[in-house]
Design a protein around this ligand. Structure first.
Ligand code: PLP
Length: 422
């Protein structure tokens, strides 16, 4: 257990005197003070991850645009902004949030396959750095709107390089049958005819291969392919955005160390694109292992077939196990002998509502005991919902010995505050 915590959290999550601590704060105290389910984030972890990225990619010195979709809590965004990062957004809502937190427009990149006209107007009005264009149709719409607003839209063209990556099927985004980006031929024809788009400045090329990628090789492969393609076109963009997707440990799986991951990508980049600026868009890498979800056991339910720990967090709080069959380590906040096999399930009325299956946990866990679901900082709260009439969890942030609430728990009344009984 200790070894695992060290691996995922760089020592910021550890057992002291038999109790789980996040930095200097005891997990059990958080459960008692804020209730459960509660997401807890370590601010020091987030800062360290950004430093690690800077160091691993130092030779190419990229603009780090944190991918807000991973975790959009404004306190976390502010921390990341203060660390000097830009931001990768995918909607008008994320744009408004980024601006509200104080990200400067010249560090905002706007991706997404379905930007509406209003979202394009919003981006242009805010003078964002780059629209990541995902289709010819979108490019034409941007041209039309930019002309109306008498503005030049800076864009990068998202290319679909048809590269397969070793990750869950749902998070592969660069296979040609996915909806993301444009096929190589379409990008080629846009570049050749770019003079026609008089209100568009094609500054960059973008690719995003997928999420939770464990090795640098596929990025190198993508950059090499891109080099050959751009050489044929005799076009050198001022920006190359290599997307995000850098993997993290959820367990002791094989994962290339970030130092060599960054170094390999930078070497290839500098060899082929030394005059261009690199953008990276990590989400999970920055916040994934900063966060945990604390939950309370409601019942220790025994049947002749299975042992179930029914807890007060479900797929509405953390959908990753249900959606991607993802593995999250689950540990008791008080260290005990783990000798009984359980399925840890939520209260939601779906068979897919589980947090972990076949896990060894203490035999005597009883209602009111607390568990920590690890590695829950990315795509945890941000994918949560009110399904089954369940208010969303609270979020708290730890910094040294202090813990502060950064999103209050939703109330039952919040569930209907936007509705009308007609
Ligand atoms: N950039 C783009 C365009 C994405 O679609 C995503 C995730 O879907 C990311 C960045 C962030 O990915 P990750 O959190 O795996 O780093």
């Amino acid at each position: 257990m200790e070894e695992y915590l060290e691996l995922i959290s760089d020592g910021l999550y550890k057992f002291r005197g038999g109790k789980l601590f996040i930095e200097g704060v005891c997990a059990e105290d958080i459960c008692r003070e804020f209730g459960t389910p509660v997401y807890v984030y370590s601010s020091s972890y987030i800062k360290r991850q950004i430093e690690k990225l800077r160091s691993a990619f130092k030779t190419a010195c990229p603009l780090i645009c944190y991918s807000m979709k991973a975790n959009g809590n404004m306190s976390i965004l502010n921390l990341i902004r203060k660390a000097g990062c830009g931001i990768d957004i995918v909607s008008a809502g994320e744009l408004a949030k980024a601006l509200r937190v104080g990200f400067s427009a010249e560090k905002i990149v706007f991706a997404g396959v379905g930007k509406t006209k209003q979202e394009i107007v919003d981006g242009l009005t805010a003078n964002i750095f780059l629209f990541t264009v995902e289709s010819v149709e979108e490019l034409k719409t941007i041209q039309q709107i930019a002309r109306q607003l008498k503005k030049i839209a800076s864009v990068s063209l998202r290319i679909n390089l048809d590269i397969d990556v070793d990750t869950h099927h749902y998070t592969k985004t660069s296979k040609k049958e996915t909806k993301f980006g444009m096929p190589v031929e379409q990008v080629g024809s846009i570049i050749r005819s770019r003079e026609k788009f008089s209100y568009i400045d094609v500054k960059g090329i973008h690719f995003h291969l997928g999420s939770n990628i464990k090795i640098s090789g596929v990025y190198v492969q993508a950059l090499e392919r891109l080099k050959d393609f751009l050489k044929e076109l005799n076009f050198m963009p001022s920006v190359i955005d290599i997307g995000g997707g850098f993997g993290i440990h959820y367990r002791k799986e094989h994962l290339e160390k970030i130092e060599s991951f960054g170094k390999n990508i930078c070497n290839c980049f500098l060899k082929n694109f030394s005059g261009s600026t690199m953008i990276i868009e990590p989400g999970r890498f920055i916040v994934g292992n900063s966060g945990i979800l604390l939950t309370t056991v409601i019942y220790n339910k025994r049947t002749p077939h299975r042992n179930f720990l029914i807890v007060d967090s479900g797929m509405n709080d953390l959908i990753r196990p249900a959606l991607y069959n993802s593995y999250h380590e689950i540990v008791p906040v008080k260290k005990k002998d783990c000798c009984t096999v359980y399925d840890i399930v939520g209260p939601v009325c779906e068979t897919g509502d589980f947090l972990g299956k076949d896990r060894m946990l203490p035999a005597d866990l009883k209602p009111g005991d607390f568990l920590a679901v690890m590695s829950a900082g990315a795509y945890g709260f941000s994918m949560s919902s009110n399904y089954n009439g369940r208010p969303r969890a609270a979020e708290v942030i730890v910094s040294g010995d202090t813990v502060k609430c950064c999103r209050r728990r939703e109330t039952i009344q919040d569930l209907w505050k936007l509705e009308k009984t007609l």
